[in-house]
Design a protein around this ligand. Structure first.
Ligand SMILES: [Zn+2]
Length: 210
């Protein structure tokens, strides 16, 4: 058994390319067009995957239909490095200023499908975001503005979607506070599904922590 080598974002990127190929196959009978799309998809994977695995690229190249794609994406779970599961206790430690921290339902989370963990406390309008890197967690807390169907580009996944304003307030020198506001996806799971590299996510978090 090989040790997991794909990040969650890698799997999302593969999934995105597979969908592109399937779309081309269902909308065209022109082999030339389909092969061009496949070629571009493979190129994109070669350039952006954290680890290039020829077996996986070969499977992408030969994707036939939806069922085939679903089974293939599912099979990648065996090679996926999950977000290292966090406990209620550790979350309470991360956000120790919140005495009555509302916790997410951790047992419902599929750790192999998330690049970041986030949940809302509708009572206080707070949004919590947690990143994990080799067992180290970074915590971010902000206030969300429940929007009236705002559409925009999400600061985390860079997709155009339904978004809300997330504002984090950072303490600087002395009593000086600075607030940072960003639009991020309303739907955390969909957003996680769109994170195909960590650049934006890491930028977003460090911007709000500094
Ligand atoms: Zn997003």
């Amino acid at each position: 058994m090989t040790a997991p080598f794909l990040t969650v974002a890698d799997v999302r990127l593969i999934e995105k390319q597979v969908k592109k190929i399937l779309r081309a196959k269902s909308s065209s009978n022109d082999t030339k067009i389909i092969n061009t799309v496949i070629g571009l998809a493979i190129e994109e994977l070669r350039e952006n995957l954290s680890v290039v695995n020829e077996e996986i690229l070969k499977e992408v190249e030969h994707i036939e239909d939806n069922l085939n794609a679903e089974l293939f994406i599912h099979s990648l779970k065996a090679y996926t490095i999950p977000f290292k599961a966090i406990s209620d206790k550790s979350l309470q430690k991360l956000f120790k200023k919140d005495k009555k921290l509302k916790l997410p339902k951790l047992d419902l989370i599929d750790w192999q499908t998330i690049s970041y963990l986030s949940w809302l406390d509708k009572g206080t309008n707070r949004q919590y975001i947690v990143l994990e890197n080799e067992g180290d967690y970074t915590a971010l807390r902000g206030v969300y503005e429940a929007s009236t169907s705002n559409k925009g580009v999400c600061a985390i996944c860079n997709q155009h979607s339904a978004v809300h304003l997330f504002t984090a307030t950072v303490k600087g020198n002395g009593d000086h506070y600075t607030s940072y506001s960003n639009y991020i996806c309303d739907d955390v799971l969909a957003c996680n599904g769109n994170v195909t590299d960590y650049t934006k996510l890491e930028q977003f978090v460090s911007r709000n922590l500094s």
